[in-house]
Structures are given as structure tokens and as C-alpha cells.
Ligand binder design. Structure first.
Ligand code: HPA
Length: 280
């Protein structure tokens, strides 16, 4: 796609959303990962737009991801929420995978909370732990920024040094403590999936400095950084990565853990969204 085609497509999607926003001016965006989609239903004064109505948006095939952009309030903060995301393993090109997050940033969401389910590569993690993402490894072998660059969106060679600013992580740790939660911090590694890693791959990831393994988030963070938005990333450790626990991995285990931790995770997300826009 040429650089101006992406820009034009983004303006069209943003315009459709804007036409439904009324007086809402979102400043914070959130991507609701596995098990968290229902949080979008708790936004007040909300308006929901199915992805299918938004030009350029990919359609999600994963069961349980309803695929809507929801605008509404958490406390006094105007929020845009992605209820469902698409993944690289579904077959979408990375520029499609990141199109919804680009739309949120284009609409004014300069701070993003990006959540996911991940396998725990760090042996100290237990299923149900919530971990702040300090940094990432991109092992997708690809970037959503590959191809022509539109300087109106961001620079050709974006800096990634502070893609996950320490200020946002400190804020999240403090808010979590208020809820009685201690959040660890770790490095998230994105893999293409859809099979889970082999035990040998998990040992490799640990050697490379990964604490978490997952199949999302990194393309979205790269696109957000490209557009100058800042990200707070939070993983729900749904399982110990392959070879670290007993027995085999299953999607059922992943969804069960996500479901078990949903109440806690949801309370934390609500608390974070309400205050994060004001973090310097
Ligand atoms: N590996 C990769 N992605 C995942 C995992 C895992 O173990 N668990 C949840 N998403």
C-alpha cells in the first residue's frame, strides 16, 4: 500500500468513528485481550461500533472476540476500547493487524493500555500473575512499518527506547498496590504462533531475555510508537510456557486462567484508565 493510501484509509475510518462520537473526545485507548472483552460493556455513556462498519478494519475470526470499537467513560476519562483484536496468525498482514490501534491514536488516544494473555517463560511466574511489560522482543520476523513510510504518521526509523515508559509502569504499580496487587515486570516476546512454543524454544526465549511469550501486542506497540503514543502493556500469565509446568498446553487452560483472573484484571484496568491520561 502506498503511504498516502494508508493515510487516506485512516482518515476515512477516523471520520466514521468521529461521526458517532458526538461530544466524546477520547484521550486514552485500551486493547482488551483474552477474557477482558466484557469490560467494554462497563463503559458509561457508551457508543459501540462493530469493526465491520469501519473501513480498513480487519474482521476477527477468534471465538469470543466480538470485534467492536467502544467509546465511553471510565470515571471522568473518555476512553476508546478495542473489544477484540486480530492476530497475525489469523492470516492478516501486519498493517491490517495494527489498523485499529492506529485509528484510536488518530482519534486522540495518545496513551494506550494494551493487554494480552501470555505464557510465563520466567520460571517465577505463576498462572494468574499480572505482569507489566517493560520491553519486548519482536520474533515475528516482520514489522507493521515495513513498506513506504508516511511522515504524517511518524518517522521512517522510530525510536523504541521508551515504548513502555517507566512513568506509566510506576503509576500502574502504585495503583495495583492500592488494590492489593504486586505486579512483576518483564520482557514480552511476540511469536507468530498459532502453535505454542516447543520446550526447546522456551529455553531459547529465556536465554534471549524473554519473561513472557505471546502472539499479539508487539505490532500494536510498534505502530503506537511510530505515531508517538505511549503504551502501558500488561500480560495475564495464563500458563507456564511449554516445558516449565506439568503436562501439555491447551487453549482451554489459557481461557480458564483468563476467566479466573478477569475480576481482578478488570478492576485494575478500570482504575488505570481513570487516571493514566494525567500521568506526565
Ligand atoms: N505461548 C504463546 N502465547 C500464549 C501462551 C503461550 O504459552 N499462552 C497464552 N498465549
Amino acid at each position: 500500500m502506498s503511504e498516502s493510501a494508508l493515510w487516506d484509509e485512516l482518515q476515512r475510518a477516523a471520520e466514521v468513528v468521529r461521526s458517532k462520537l458526538g461530544a466524546r473526545h477520547p484521550s486514552v485507548g485500551v486493547i482488551l485481550g483474552s477474557g477482558l472483552g466484557a469490560f467494554a460493556d462497563t463503559l458509561t455513556d457508551a457508543v459501540a461500533i462493530p469493526y465491520g462498519e469501519l473501513p480498513g478494519f480487519p474482521s476477527s475470526s477468534v471465538v469470543g472476540h466480538s470485534g467492536r470499537l467502544v467509546a465511553g467513560k471510565v470515571g471522568d476519562t473518555q476512553v476508546l476500547a478495542m473489544q477484540g483484536r486480530v492476530h497475525y496468525y489469523e492470516g492478516h498482514a501486519l498493517d491490517r493487524v495494527v489498523f485499529p490501534v492506529r485509528t484510536m491514536v488518530a482519534l486522540g488516544a495518545r496513551t494506550l493500555v494494551i493487554t494480552n494473555a501470555a505464557g510465563g517463560v520466567n520460571p517465577s511466574y505463576r498462572p494468574g500473575d499480572l505482569v507489566l511489560i517493560r520491553d519486548h522482543l519482536n520474533m515475528l520476523g516482520e514489522s507493521p512499518l515495513r513498506g513506504p513510510n508516511d511522515d504524517r504518521l511518524g518517522p521512517r526509523f522510530p525510536d523504541m527506547t521508551e515504548a513502555y515508559p517507566a512513568t506509566l509502569r510506576a503509576f500502574a504499580r502504585e495503583r495495583a498496590r492500592g488494590l492489593g496487587l504486586e505486579l512483576a515486570e518483564g520482557v514480552y516476546c511476540a511469536l507468530s504462533g498459532p502453535c505454542y512454543e516447543t520446550p526447546a524454544e522456551v529455553r531459547m526465549l529465556a536465554t534471549l531475555g524473554a519473561d513472557l511469550a505471546g502472539m499479539s501486542t508487539v505490532p500494536e506497540v510498534i505502530a503506537a510508537a511510530h505515531m508517538g503514543a505511549r503504551v502501558l502493556g500488561i500480560s495475564c500469565v495464563t500458563n507456564q510456557a511449554a516445558g516449565l509446568g506439568v503436562g501439555k498446553l491447551s487453549h482451554a487452560e489459557v481461557t480458564e486462567t483468563a476467566e479466573r483472573i478477569r475480576g481482578t484484571f478488570t478492576r485494575l484496568i478500570a482504575d488505570l484508565l481513570a487516571g493514566i491520561g494525567g500521568v506526565p
